[in-house]
Design a protein around this ligand. Structure first.
Ligand SMILES: Cc1ncc(COP(=O)(O)O)c(C=O)c1O
Length: 368
């Protein structure tokens, strides 16, 4: 972190600042008095804005008063959701490779993480439903998956979503869907079309929890605002629990989030054009390199190339950093199925991404 001149592609964010119209909305909100405590579940206006957003984007009807809670970030939503549904000693299934914070939150709830790696079928990652079935125990309470995936960029198909929902219903599990990247989707009929949420398929009586955040779609990583959608009994409990953690998300940041939802489409569209170009730049730079397999990611802003013969992705990333000043995330950080790969976050501007990819491909050509 302290090394100078590093081309940083290791964090899950771009180097672009939060758009001006969102910053102005926060300033306005402060002037308008949104600097006080508010409801634990979040400002009623923010929850209404989220319900409107789900209606417009996903065609899903949500009750803002009982099925949505605003949280202080996506990671806080994840932590709250996990802590509300797991008891110590429970088992939780997690599809990996995955952003490690889900597994860490499960461990912090004194529950057991059972990682089920995605399997690479040709050029696409898939879900190992056989391994999921085999992993169920009488203590299994929850299944966590992330679509679009960090780090894979994998997006669950409708059939896979239905399979996960059927599996969760059959075994009486909470199905926790991390959908923080749903707007960063490149395989829809047009850019800007969201990945269909699991909420379209599930009923409001299903034990389904959706994790979400303003961070990724609106360049608001430092603002710490996210949300949870879930069954009414779960939302009631999570609303009690958040009181003892942060009480509620920052009030003026919630107002800024409302503005992002209302006015963000144009800016988001521009970001998606840029991200798709960046993704394609990474893919064309990596494809054709000896020993590199890189499935096309349909969502998020990561590519996760697998390097034949690589058994120490941490060492690989360290050597790459020391020799070329390019910072990537080692695959091993993402749990089972991650070793042997490395993650590139392609959200950076091309003035950073292009030289980084040149240095990386040169490093790979010379051989590890
Ligand atoms: C899969 C996934 N979920 C949740 C988050 C949390 O985002 P935030 O806490 O910034 O809202 C991240 C951030 O990297 C992520 O990759």
């Amino acid at each position: 972190m302290s090394m100078d001149g590093v081309l940083k592609l290791y964090f899950g964010e771009s180097n672009l600042p939060t758009p001006e119209y969102i910053k102005q909305a926060a300033i306005r909100a402060m002037h308008d008095g949104f600097t006080f405590y508010t409801e634990n579940a979040g400002l009623p206006s923010t929850r209404r804005a989220l319900a409107d957003h789900y209606r417009a984007m996903q065609g899903v009807e949500l009750d803002p008063a009982s099925e949505i809670i605003v949280t202080a970030s996506g990671v806080q939503a994840l932590n709250l959701g996990i802590r509300a549904v797991l008891d110590p000693g429970d088992d939780a299934l997690v599809l990996t490779p995955a952003w490690p914070n889900g597994s860490s939150s499960i461990m912090m709830a004194n529950a057991n993480v059972i990682q089920i790696p995605h399997v690479l079928c040709g050029q696409r990652y898939a879900i190992d439903f056989g391994a999921l079935e085999a992993a169920v125990t009488p203590r299994t309470r929850m299944l966590l998956y992330t679509s679009p995936s960090n780090p894979l960029g994998w997006v669950a198909t409708a059939q896979e979503q239905q399979g996960l929902l059927d599996f969760a219903r059959r075994h009486n599990l909470w199905l926790v869907a991390d959908e923080v990247y749903d707007r960063l989707f490149y395989a829809g009929s047009r850019l800007g079309e969201p990945v269909p949420s699991i909420l379209r398929m599930a009923t409001r009586d299903d034990a389904v929890i959706v994790i979400h955040s303003f961070s990724k779609s609106y360049c608001m990583t430092g603002w710490r605002v996210g949300w949870l959608v879930g069954r009414r009994d779960f939302i009631a409990k999570a609303t009690q629990l958040i009181e003892f953690v942060v009480s509620h998300a920052p009030t003026f940041a919630q107002k800024a989030g409302e503005t992002a939802l209302a006015e963000g489409e144009e800016e988001l569209g521009r970001m998606l054009e840029r991200l798709k170009q960046n993704r394609d730049l990474c893919l064309s730079a990596l494809r054709g390199l000896p020993g590199v397999t890189v499935p096309t990611p349909d969502g998020a802003f990561y590519v996760f190339p697998r390097l034949e013969g690589l058994t120490d992705s941490f060492g690989f990333c360290r050597d790459l950093l020391l020799e070329t000043r390019v910072g990537l995330a080692p695959g091993v950080a993402f749990g089972n199925g991650g070793e042997g790969s490395f993650r590139i976050c392609y959200a950076a501007e091309s003035s950073i991404l292009e030289p980084a990819m040149e240095r990386l491909t040169q490093f790979l050509r010379v051989g590890v």
